[in-house]
Design a protein around this ligand. Structure first.
Ligand code: FES
Length: 118
């Protein structure tokens, strides 16, 4: 593989369909994050690829949590090497779509507040 591109594999799908792995070649920059690669795919290849993030590389929002090569971490602080990576949604949270899972604690949900439980 050239150091000019890196290959990422992304597990995609919804709760209503079997998941699948899709492969993307992404321009490589030393020090880039997994989130940088996924955002590049979203902007240049497939705008339907779903990932949640808010602060982008500030490690403040905690919304970009995914599995990278089987380990849970933040996509924005996980560095991507030239060997690429397998990027998957969290396996202990309910899948919403692609890399987005339901990470909101139950008592922080609007419905819980409206019901007086939160
Ligand atoms: S995007 Fe906010 S912690 Fe990763």
């Amino acid at each position: 593989m050239s150091a000019e591109t890196v290959t990422i594999r992304v597990r995609r799908g919804t709760p209503e369909e079997p998941s699948r792995i899709e492969t993307f070649a992404v321009p490589y920059t030393e020090g880039m994050s997994v989130l940088d690669a996924v955002m590049w795919v979203h902007a240049h290849v497939d705008s339907t690829l779903a990932i949640r993030y808010a602060c982008i590389n500030a490690n403040a929002c905690k919304e970009c949590m995914v599995r990278v090569d089987g380990k849970t971490g933040y996509a924005c602080t996980s560095r991507l090497g030239v060997e690429g990576a397998l990027i998957e949604p969290l396996d202990n949270k309910a899948l919403i779509r692609d890399l987005v899972t339901d990470i909101v604690p139950p008592k922080e949900r609007l419905a819980a507040h409206l019901a007086g439980d939160g």
